[in-house]
Design a protein around this ligand. Sequence first.
Ligand SMILES: [Ca+2]
Ligand SMILES: [Ca+2]
Ligand SMILES: [Ca+2]
Ligand SMILES: [Ca+2]
Length: 265
Amino acid sequence: MRNKKLLVVIAFFFIIFFAIIYSSKVEAARVLYFKFNKDNEYRERRNFIADLSFNNNNGRTQRGWARWDANGGPEGDGAYNFDGTDDRITVQDSNTLSANTTGQLTISMWVKFMGTEFVGEGSHKDYIHFLGKSNNGNNEYVFRQYNSSNDEGRGNRISFYLFNLNGGLGAGSYFQEPIIIGEWMHIVGVANGTHVQVWKNGVLKDADTYSGYNIRPENGEAPLNLGTSDGNSHFRGSIDELKIYDRALTFSEIRGLSEGRDVGG
Ligand SMILES: [Ca+2]
Ligand SMILES: [Ca+2]
Ligand SMILES: [Ca+2]
Ligand SMILES: [Ca+2]
């Protein structure tokens, strides 16, 4: 009888122990988290956006001041709006945001598109970047939206690209489906060491090899920008719940994020 009690106590402490190890692992995997709820507890005043993963990847709004919408986001708890002209949020360059230092990278966010007709960048001026860590000589990755009427057959294409630092063709995965203005979409880009992937609303849409484009990710010096990548084009819409992890999340983890559950939660 006494032994049985002892076993129960030991088992209990083992469970607690592994639960702590597991949750700290999940916490360690997350390298950036923007909730965009303007939380006083984290001194989110004026143009300061706290990195709630506590890796100090804090954000700041720049220039045209991306506007905070108190009722924005899929949960209505606050999100940032971008005007398509000059709005952006900037995070300083950090090793934790580069695919080669982490080995793998997952970028998860909620996005609401408010425009599908625009003049953008590129030789056809038909795309904008809504998130990117990429500028001349420091190209790492971007999320791209093509306009609806482009002449390349890429109408409404949403893609995630991984580049070599010197640019050129990137390894890009995409989906090309109707975009409903004003509707929140969950978008995830993954770089898992050999492939890039893009996910929409918890569904894997496309995957492509690094090797197909001779991509070898390196640590560049560009900041991470939301609303643009390098200022050459700008996104019109909203972003909420940006989460970056230093590993490739699993199918069920990405599905969970798209259904509002946290990784490990
Ligand atoms: Ca502005
Ligand atoms: Ca929010
Ligand atoms: Ca593909
Ligand atoms: Ca760097």
